[in-house]
Ligand binder design. Structure first.
Ligand SMILES: *Cc1c(COP(=O)(O)O)cnc(C)c1O
Length: 414
C-alpha cells in the first residue's frame, strides 16, 4: 500500500466521500487550508443544507406567527413526524418505535421511569466500567430515586464481563444499560448477543447509542432491546445540543402496566386540542413525548437525517471500514516505535470508525496536533486521544495528515 501523501490523494480520487456537503473549519496550522477534522464523535460538522432549511422555518415563524402550527411549509404541530421515518431507518426500527425528542440523558431517564423497575432481589443495573459519566450519574440517581444504595445497585463491568455476570447473577439484574459503541475505546459491543442474554436472564435491556447511531448499521427492531436512546450532535451532525432520539420496542406499546411520565404531546395528536383532563396516548413511542418540540432545533436534525437516508448506512459503513483501516495501517509504525498504544479493538467488526490512542499527556499531544498541524482530534483526560475518521466528510488525505502529525508530536521533534 502506498503510504505517501500522493498515495492518499490518489485514494481520495477513487473514493471521494461526501465532504462537499459539509462546512469544514479552516485550519489553524499545518499549511493546509482546511482542518483535518476527527472530532465528529464529539460534534459533527454542519451540513451545508442546514442553513437554508433552518431559514425557511424561521421565515415561516416571521410570516405566520401562531398559524405556523398548521400552515408553515413544514407545520409545527406534526413536525417531529417529518423526522421519524429517516430516524427509524437509521437505527433499523419501525417508525412507530422511533421518535426524535429531548436530549440524550433526559431520554434515558424518561425511559428508565418505564423500564427500570426494581423488585425483590432483582434491583441491579449493569453498566460498563468505562461508561460515559452522564450515564453513570443517571443510573446512580435512578437507584437513589427508588430508595436503593447506588454503590451496591449499580454494577460496573468491562464489556467482556457482561455475559458472564448475566449467566452467574442474572436473577439480580433489573436493567442492562450499555453503550453500543464505547465512547472512550471505540469498541462496538455485540448488541444482539448481549440483548438476548439480558432477556434470557429476565432483565430489561436498553442501549445508549450516542456513539453508534450514524456510525454503525443498527437493527433495533430485530435485535429486540426494550429501549434505546441516542444524541444527534455527534455522528448525526445536527448541531450542538441537538434534539436526541428514542426507541421503544413495539411489544411495549400497548402495555397499560408500564409507568410513564406524560404531558400534552403524549396524547393522540388528533385529540390534543380537545384539552381533555385525561390523556389518550397513541400505541407508539410517541406516547413517551411530553412537550412540544423545539422546531428550530429539530430543523437541522431533519436535514441531517435525510443525508444518511440518501446515502444509506451500509454504504457509509463500507467507506468507514476503508478509511479507518487505512488510518490504522498508517499508524502501525508510530505504534511500533513510540510510547503509544491502541485502545480500540483491532478487529474491524468490533469497532466503529474511531481509533483511541493511549499516550502520556494526551492534552498536549492534541493541542500540538491542532496548532502545529491543523489536525482536530479530541482528548479524554488524562491519557486518551480519540481520532474518528467520519465516512461522510473525512478523507484519506485527512488520515494521512493525522498519522504524519502524530508521528511528529509523539516523542518526536518539537
Ligand atoms: C455524548 C454522550 C452523552 C451526552 O449526554 P447529553 O444528555 O446529550 O448531554 C451521554 N452518554 C453518552 C454515552 C455519550 O456518548
Amino acid at each position: 500500500m502506498d503510504t505517501t501523501e500522493a498515495g492518499a490523494r490518489e485514494l481520495d480520487l477513487g473514493d471521494p466521500g461526501y465532504r462537499d456537503r459539509f462546512a469544514v473549519p479552516p485550519a489553524e496550522g499545518g499549511g493546509y487550508p482546511e482542518t483535518a477534522y476527527f472530532a465528529g464523535n464529539s460534534l459533527g460538522l454542519q451540513p451545508r443544507a442546514v442553513r437554508a432549511e433552518l431559514l425557511e422555518d424561521l421565515d415561516d415563524w416571521a410570516r405566520l406567527g401562531v398559524e405556523g402550527h398548521l400552515e408553515a411549509r413544514r407545520p409545527w404541530l406534526p413536525y417531529h413526524s417529518l423526522l421519524t421515518e429517516t430516524a427509524a431507518r437509521l437505527v433499523g426500527a419501525l417508525p412507530s418505535e422511533t421518535v426524535i425528542m429531548n436530549s440524550l440523558t433526559v431520554n434515558l431517564h424518561l425511559l428508565m421511569v418505564s423500564f427500570y423497575r426494581p423488585r425483590g432481589r432483582r434491583t441491579k443495573i449493569l453498566i460498563e466500567d468505562s461508561a460515559f459519566p452522564s450515564d453513570s450519574y443517571a443510573v446512580r440517581s435512578q437507584a437513589r430515586f427508588h430508595g436503593l444504595d447506588p454503590d451496591t445497585t449499580v454494577v460496573r463491568l468491562d464489556g467482556g464481563e457482561v455475559l458472564d455476570f448475566l449467566a452467574r447473577e442474572g436473577d439480580t439484574v433489573a436493567l442492562v444499560l450499555l453503550g453500543g459503541v464505547n465512547y472512550l475505546t471505540g469498541e462496538l459491543l455485540d448488541i444482539p448477543a448481549i440483548t438476548a442474554a439480558g432477556h434470557a436472564a429476565g432483565a430489561v435491556v436498553g442501549w445508549d447509542l450516542a456513539h453508534a447511531a450514524g456510525n454503525v448499521p443498527l437493527r433495533l427492531h430485530d435485535w429486540g432491546p426494550d429501549f434505546a436512546a441516542w444524541c444527534s450532535y455527534k455522528y448525526l451532525n445536527s448541531g450542538p445540543g441537538a434534539v436526541a432520539g428514542a426507541f421503544v420496542h413495539e411489544r411495549h406499546h400497548d402495555n397499560p402496566e408500564l409507568p410513564r411520565f406524560e404531558g400534552w404531546w403524549s396524547t393522540e395528536e388528533a385529540t390534543r386540542f380537545e384539552m381533555a383532563p385525561v390523556s389518550r396516548p397513541p400505541s407508539t413511542v410517541e406516547a413517551w413525548q411530553i412537550s412540544n418540540p423545539p422546531i428550530l432545533a429539530m430543523s437541522p436534525v431533519r436535514t441531517s437525517l435525510r443525508i444518511f437516508d440518501e446515502i444509506g448506512m451500509d454504504t457509509l459503513r463500507a467507506r468507514s471500514l476503508r478509511l479507518t483501516g487505512y488510518l490504522e495501517m498508517l499508524l502501525e509504525e508510530t505504534l511500533a516505535t513510540r510510547p503509544v498504544t491502541l485502545l480500540t479493538p483491532r478487529e474491524a467488526e468490533r469497532r466503529g470508525c474511531q481509533l483511541s490512542l493511549r499516550v502520556d499527556d494526551a492534552a498536549t499531544i492534541a493541542r500540538r496536533l491542532r496548532t502545529e498541524h491543523g489536525v482536530c482530534a479530541d482528548v479524554r483526560n488524562p491519557d486518551v486521544v480519540r481520532i474518528a475518521p467520519v465516512p461522510l466528510y473525512s478523507t484519506y488525505h485527512d488520515c494521512w495528515r493525522a498519522a504524519t502529525a502524530l508521528a511528529a508530536v509523539i516523542g518526536g521533534r518539537p
